[in-house]
Design a binder for this molecule. Structure first.
Ligand code: C2E
Ligand code: MG
Ligand code: MG
Ligand code: MG
Length: 278
């Protein structure tokens, strides 16, 4: 009897395992097709100057317009895309979609606003990213100063020397560089100092601690002071309250991004003026 139930459990586990495998394989096929059919759209979330509230930049955030499931957020497919290597093609598609949009904006209010593109670790380490970006800029006839690249700390620790060289090459094009989700990985400010970063985006988990415990403010202040002394501007991400805005202003933060200011929206739903922040 114990033996039987053990065997049943084995079958149960076995079939759950194969179900998961099948679901994953199906998802991978869908994702491959989605890239071929371009089922992706970019949403854009503004970043604002901490003092003037003026829009300084837009972050491009990918969405999958799934034919049956509706709009899927990156958390539902970026991980799989990275594991399967599909991120290399998806990443190229994202760069192309963003550069095409920037070209469309020429002459309008957003012509002077750079757009930052999230680049994943594999895309950065396995592709000639300088060439990908350089080609896209040329193809769409836009200037290097109209794009920024966001890279997380975890993408740098793989091979810091090579990362530094790659970053330098991209920077030489005139593209600004941002560290994304700072504080969640293993990089140190001194390691970042050897890389050509212009801006540091402090992870939203640190923003959410502001005003709640004293250490939250002190920690953020320390990051700002050190980043400034290394010549980097600081962006607080995940700003959700007026209290956080007030504290960040007092701490001397440079830029803010978060639902309290702007939510990510499709290009045609962006505000018509750059002066209308909260
Ligand atoms: P991220 O680059 O750190 O982007 C910020 C995420 O926080 C976005 O989620 C954004 O919608 C969300 N967010 C913005 N303001 C707030 C706020 O006030 N509160 C909270 N709770 N969240 C806020 P999203 O769009 O779901 O993207 C998640 C992650 O997926 C991104 O994190 C980025 O790592 C990745 N991702 C997005 N687009 C791309 C892309 O085109 N390529 C690659 N490789 N990764 C991307
Ligand atoms: Mg980002
Ligand atoms: Mg981030
Ligand atoms: Mg993040």
């Amino acid at each position: 009897e114990a033996k039987t139930s053990g065997k049943n459990r084995y079958h149960l586990f076995n079939s759950a395992f194969y179900d998961a495998m099948r679901a994953r394989t199906r998802r991978e096929k869908e994702l491959r097709a989605a890239i071929a059919n371009n089922e992706f759209v970019m949403h854009y979330q503004a970043r604002v100057d901490c003092r003037t509230s003026k829009v300084t930049s837009l972050e491009a955030l990918v969405r999958w317009n799934h034919p049956l499931e509706g709009v899927l957020a990156p958390d539902e497919f970026i991980g799989l895309a990275e594991e399967t290597g599909l991120i290399l093609n998806l990443g190229e598609l994202v760069i192309d979609l963003v550069c095409a949009q920037i070209a469309r904006w020429s002459g309008g209010v957003y012509a002077s606003v750079p757009v930052s593109i999230n680049v994943s670790s594999r895309q950065f380490n396995e592709r000639d990213i300088r060439e990908s970006i350089g080609d896209a800029l040329a193809r769409h006839g836009i200037s290097a100063s109209s794009v920024e690249i966001e890279l997380t700390e975890s993408s740098m620790v793989v091979d810091p020397r090579r990362t530094a060289d790659n970053l330098q090459a991209i920077h030489a094009l005139g593209v600004r560089l941002l560290v994304d989700d700072f504080g969640t990985g293993y990089s140190s400010l001194s390691m970042l100092h050897n890389m050509a970063f212009d801006l540091l985006k402090v992870d939203k988990s640190f923003t959410s601690r502001l005003g709640k415990d004293e250490n939250g403010d002190v920690f953020f202040q320390a990051i700002i002071t050190m980043a400034h002394s290394l010549g980097m501007r600081v962006v607080a991400e995940g700003v959700e309250t007026a209290t956080q805005v007030r504290i960040l202003q007092a701490l001397g933060c440079d830029e803010l991004q978060g639902f309290h200011l702007f939510r990510p929206v499709p290009a045609d739903e962006l505000p018509h003026s750059l002066e209308v922040a909260a």
